[in-house]
Design a protein around this ligand. Structure first.
Ligand SMILES: [Zn+2]
Length: 328
C-alpha cells in the first residue's frame, strides 16, 4: 500500500547574520560603520545613541539602507526592551522581501556593555532561530589616556566581549602609546583579532573572518545593571556662527570640564554655508570637522550633544557664555 505524505517539507530557516559594533564614546564606531557600508551596502543598520538627539546617522547620509535608530538611552539598559520587537519587525520585513538586506549591523552606544545585546540574539527563542551572531567588533581609540580603561568598566567590557578589536586614530597617537594599548588589549582579550585602522581604512577580511567557535555566556539570570553614571545634554543653535568662534568656545568648554565632559558631537551650520558641519570631540580633543552635503530637508538648525560622566550643571549655559565672549 502506498502512503502519501502530505505534510509540507520541514521549513528550514535561513538565519540572518548579525554584527555588533561597540566601542567607547568617540572611538570611531560610526566611521567604521560608514566604511563597512561602502563594501556591504545591503545591510540593515540599527544605531543606538545615548543622547536624545541623533547625530551619528548624519555620517551615513550617502547610504541608502534600512536604518533604525534607538536614541535617548543606552542599548544595554535603558532601551534594551526595544531591541527584540525591532529585530522581529526587521525579520518579518525580510521574509516579505529577501532583497531588502542581507545582514544586520547594530551599533551600540559608546557606554553600552554588548553582553545584554548578544544575550538577546543568542537566547531569545524566536530570534535565535532566525538570526546568527557573526561577530562583535569593538573600536578602541589609540588617543585615549591609558587609564580610561581602568576608569570606565564599560570600555573594558566592550573589549573583553569583542571578537575583533579595531584600533582607531593611530595617526594621532605616539608609537609608544600604541604599543602600551596593544599590550593592554592582549591581556583583556587574548583571543580577539586585533587590527589597526589607517586613516579610516581597515582590512574587511580580518573583520569578517567567520563565526567564533566558542562564546561564553552567563548561565545565570542577568542581574540588574548598575547605571552607567553618564548624562547627556542636547542643545540647538538657531543661528549659524563662524566656525572659529564655535571651535574656540568648545575648546574652552572642554578645558573647563576636562574631567566630566567625555564626548561632544553635533551637526552645526556656519555663517554663509548651506553645508552642515559634523563635529566630533572626545576628552580635550576636537577632531577635524566633516563638511556634509547640503540637503533640501535640512532645517538649518544646529544640534549639539554633550555626554558627561557624572552630573554636571550649567554645561549648556557655559557654552552659550563662551560663544558670546569669543564674539568680542
Ligand atoms: Zn547601558
Amino acid at each position: 500500500m502506498q502512503t502519501l505524505n502530505l505534510s509540507p517539507p520541514s521549513k528550514t530557516f535561513e538565519r540572518i547574520p548579525v554584527y555588533i559594533i561597540s566601542g567607547f564614546l568617540g572611538s570611531g564606531k560610526t566611521t567604521l560603520l560608514n566604511r563597512l557600508l561602502q563594501d556591504l551596502p545591503k545591510s540593515a543598520v540599527i544605531i543606538n545613541e545615548f543622547g536624545s538627539t541623533p547625530i551619528d546617522q548624519q555620517l551615513l547620509r550617502e547610504h541608502q539602507m534600512p536604518l533604525s535608530t534607538l536614541v535617548g538611552g543606552c542599548l544595554c539598559c535603558q532601551v534594551i526592551g526595544a531591541l527584540t520587537p525591532l529585530l522581529k519587525n526587521l525579520r518579518l520585513a525580510w521574509e516579505k522581501d529577501h532583497s531588502a538586506f542581507e545582514r544586520i549591523i547594530i551599533e551600540t552606544s559608546g557606554v553600552a556593555n554588548p553582553e545584554p545585546v548578544l544575550d538577546i540574539i543568542l537566547r531569545e527563542r524566536w530570534l535565535s532561530k532566525r538570526y546568527s551572531l557573526q561577530g562583535i567588533i569593538a573600536t578602541v581609540s589609540a588617543t585615549l589616556e591609558a587609564d580610561y580603561l581602568d576608569f570606565f568598566p564599560e570600555a573594558q567590557a566592550q573589549i573583553t566581549w569583542a571578537d575583533t578589536l579595531v584600533m582607531t586614530q593611530t595617526d594621532l597617537a605616539t608609537p609608544a602609546a600604541i604599543a602600551t594599548l596593544e599590550a593592554r588589549l592582549l591581556t583583556l582579550a587574548p583571543a580577539a583579532t586585533r587590527i589597526q585602522a589607517v586613516q579610516g581604512e581597515v582590512d574587511l577580511n580580518l573583520i569578517f573572518n567567520g563565526v567564533p567557535q566558542y562564546r561564553k555566556l552567563r548561565d545565570t539570570e542577568m542581574p540588574d545593571l548598575p547605571a552607567h553614571g553618564f548624562n547627556s545634554v542636547s542643545l540647538q543653535l538657531e543661528q549659524p556662527l563662524p566656525w572659529e568662534r564655535i571651535e574656540k568656545a568648545l575648546l574652552r568648554l572642554m578645558a573647563d570640564y576636562a574631567h566630566e565632559l567625555v564626548r561632544v558631537k553635533g551637526m552645526l551650520y556656519t555663517q554663509g554655508d548651506k553645508h552642515p558641519l559634523l563635529i566630533q570631540g572626545t576628552g580635550n580633543h576636537l577632531y577635524p570637522t566633516t563638511r556634509l552635503a547640503a540637503r533640501a530637508t535640512d532645517d538649518g538648525i544646529g544640534r549639539l550633544v554633550m555626554i558627561t560622566h557624572g552630573e554636571v550643571n550649567g554645561l549648556a549655559e557655559s557654552l552659550m557664555a563662551h560663544l558670546k565672549e569669543t564674539h568680542s
